[in-house]
Ligand binder design. Structure first.
Ligand code: KG4
Ligand code: ZN
Length: 346
């Protein structure tokens, strides 16, 4: 088992990625192809995304195998993201993997996209293992979990409306920045004063206690609306342009404060000193810096490198390594699911 070679494919949204993993963390090949045709739309257009996945999947897998210095016949098992995600995009990867597994007579397994994010830091640091608190923040999801062990997760909280990354993207659009919005907001915020438009931190109130139903939950739509109102006021006064860095900084500050406060509460409530961040928003350097500055000196905060924070096939391969190691595999009746429930939730 230790030297098993896994080929994983990830096509859940707008990135096409393949990876070859040998054993637990020897990444032999890894390619991520990002679609840039969505920039003009201010978000991912599902039909455009799946057509683009179909156009590049063969080439991306072939290049990854080349990079790994292996042949397709050297692959011992295949893995693929089975959900959640955009159904057309998911089906491209799933069908590719099913066909390859069938042709070569190898096992394959479908992986849950968010469980895969939990495994990303473990590829780079073997201390990033359970028990830990995980904050998974991407364009489609915002989850606060207690990973008691691999495969056993307690859901502590989530967003009640928009996902964290979605909020960055929507606010970026309000400020006339491109898609994806997160990196653009982060860049602009560096030149702004977060105190100038001090937006209230959502879902954080003095009277909250563990057991209150909003203790771990998060929300972003009220914050986005507060930015929208301020933008409209400034537009009427013809003063928006000079204020955009301050608006970006104020929004980012409130979003980061909320995510940090909820993560610290989870750490205190579970007694976990290990924190794992994942998803595209984990690339935000202010977020990791803020969590590190507020958590105690004994805590360890694991942030995957930018390539492994966003959607990638290496994390899918690592999650598959765990599941295949437990004797799991899927049959050809496996289907993609846009809303796949997270496995192992207790
Ligand atoms: O995990 P991911 O690549 O794809 C999804 O599964 O959604 O996350 C993409 C999201 C986008 O909303 C993007 O704006 C956000 O991650 N993002 C960031 C940053 N880089 C990417 N958000 C805040 N700061 C960043 N530096
Ligand atoms: Zn993701």
């Amino acid at each position: 088992m230790s030297g098993r070679t896994i080929l994983a494919v990830e096509t859940s949204c707008d990135d096409t990625s393949a990876a070859v993993l040998r054993g637990e963390c020897e990444l032999l090949g890894h390619i991520i192809a990002t679609q840039d045709m969505h920039h003009g739309f201010g978000g991912v257009v599902p039909e455009v995304a799946s057509r683009a996945q179909l156009a590049v999947i063969d080439r991306i897998v072939a290049q990854t195998i080349d990079q790994a210095g292996i042949r397709l016949t050297d692959v011992d098992a295949f893995a693929v993201t089975a959900g959640p995600g955009l159904i057309g995009s998911l089906l491209v990867g799933l069908n590719w993997v099913k066909a390859a597994a069938y042709a070569l007579g190898r096992p394959f397994i479908g992986v849950h996209h968010m469980e895969a994010h939990l495994f990303a830091p473990a590829l780079e640091d073997d201390r990033a293992r359970p028990p830990f608190v995980a904050l998974l923040v991407s364009g489609g999801h915002t989850l606060l979990l207690h990973a008691e062990s691999w495969g056993r997760y307690r859901l502590l909280g989530g967003t009640r409306d928009d996902a964290a990354g979605e909020a960055f993207d929507k606010v970026a659009r309000l400020l006339g920045l491109g898609y994806p919005g997160g990196p653009a907001i982060e860049r602009l915020a560096r030149q702004g004063d977060p105190g100038r438009h001090a937006f209230p931190v959502p879902m954080v109130h003095p009277g909250q206690r563990e057991g209150s139903d909003d203790y771990f939950d998060m929300s972003f739509s009220g914050l986005k609306t507060a930015v929208l109102m301020r933008v409209r006021e400034l537009e009427r006064a013809d003063g928006l342009e000079d204020e955009t860095p301050h608006l970006a900084a104020g929004f980012q500050h409130a979003a980061v404060q909320q995510l940090t406060e909820k993560t610290l509460r989870a750490s205190r409530a579970t007694g976990c000193q290990r924190i794992v961040l994942g998803g595209g928003v984990a690339r935000n350097t202010a977020l990791a810096a803020h969590i590190r500055s507020r958590i105690g000196p004994d805590a360890m905060v694991f942030v995957p490198s930018p390539r492994l924070a966003t959607d990638n096939a290496a994390m899918v391969a690592r999650a598959a390594y765990f599941r295949l190691g437990r004797g799991e595999q899927d049959g050809y009746d496996l289907n993609a699911q846009a809303q796949l429930p997270m496995p192992g939730i207790v």
